[in-house]
Design a protein around this ligand. Structure first.
Ligand code: SER
Length: 319
């Protein structure tokens, strides 16, 4: 039974939404928000415990776990794809060393469960792009993708060889309105809504026709909670579940937004780095394994996501 949960990366796009959901499930005082560089949202800061923790050092993590009776951990602290290319040394320390520190600290303190999200970035240009299988060739060419494959392999290794229960899903690009993603390749899908609501226009850094798997944040949070709570006896996989929801290319998103903002205009100014990264990622994922082993099923399609996103973001930006 997970009772006291530590969440790293608590100020990020996922942490800001996962923590309120976990607090509702496990009790406010039982979910600790650990952050480092960016400040927590008021919602997270005001509703329960938090601590400043640097994942690049193992001892403080271990000490916090011991002193506070933590039994489970969500490790969300990571540099996204573009941010990682911009600062390789920091990406190495956070995405590789930080991950190892969390796993070793979890072992040394006898944690019951560790959840580490992976990503569509764990695939590469020679992976089948449509309906990408759960088991397939994984040779990513981005630093972030390499760190995600490392996380998957280490998670599975720690489960098989060390006896630590590590679980994870390969998340698509996540669309959300509470906190903007920072330094990712799929961020355009969020930025487009800000552009639409503020100015009726958005300049996209990916080429028309660039399909990517995407997911609305409530589904991403649901996948992280459900994989953590799944019955271990049913799991044949651990740190590497494909989860799929919707796929679209920029023009399709623009058309869907235009149904709510008729004058919305999307123009293009291609960023070669982000285009290169996006071109190496799948168009869609085959998530049969997650469906079969723990009953995964997303709730939002493109239209439902755009409705909810538009409504919430408009309220946030325009009051
Ligand atoms: N959203 C992430 C990124 O773009 C993918 O996991 O880097």
């Amino acid at each position: 039974m997970m009772k006291r949960i530590l969440v790293t990366g608590a100020a990020g796009q996922l942490g800001s939404e996962l923590i309120p959901a976990l607090r509702e499930r496990y009790g406010n005082d039982n979910v600790v928000a650990a952050w480092r560089r960016t400040a927590l949202t008021d919602e997270v800061a005001d509703t329960g415990p938090s601590t400043q923790l640097d994942v690049t050092e193992q001892q403080p993590i271990e000490r916090y776990i011991r002193d506070n009776g933590i039994d489970s951990l969500y490790h969300l602290g990571s540099l996204l794809s573009v941010a990682a290319e911009a600062n390789r040394p920091l990406a190495h320390r956070v995405n590789i060393i930080g991950l190892l520190n969390v796993l070793e600290a979890a072992c040394n303190t006898g944690l019951e469960r560790v959840v580490i999200p992976s990503s569509i970035a764990a695939f590469g240009v020679d992976t089948p792009h449509d309906n990408t299988p759960n088991e397939t060739l994984q040779r990513p060419t981005s630093l972030y993708g390499i760190s995600k494959v490392f996380g998957e392999l280490m998670g599975n290794y720690f489960f098989e060889r060390v006896g630590l229960d590590v679980r994870g899903v390969r998340l698509p690009g996540v669309v959300s309105w509470k906190v903007e993603p920072g330094g990712g390749t799929t961020d355009y899908a969020v930025d487009a809504f800000y552009g639409a609501i503020r100015e009726g226009r958005y300049t996209c850094y990916l080429r028309p026709g660039t399909y990517l798997p995407m997911m609305y944040v409530p589904d991403a949070i649901k996948s992280l909670i459900e994989v953590a709570e799944a019955d271990l006896a049913r799991l044949k996989h651990h740190a590497d579940y494909n989860v799929n929801s919707m796929s679209f290319e920029p023009e399709e998103l623009a058309a869907a937004i235009r149904r709510r903002v008729p004058h919305f205009e999307m123009t293009y100014d291609i960023d070669p780095l982000r285009q290169y990264i996006a071109d190496s990622w799948p168009n869609s994922l085959d998530d049969t394994v997650a469906r079969e082993e723990w009953g995964w099923r997303p709730d939002y399609d493109l239209e439902a996501m755009v409705d909810d996103m538009y409504e919430n973001l408009s309220r946030k930006l325009l009051g």
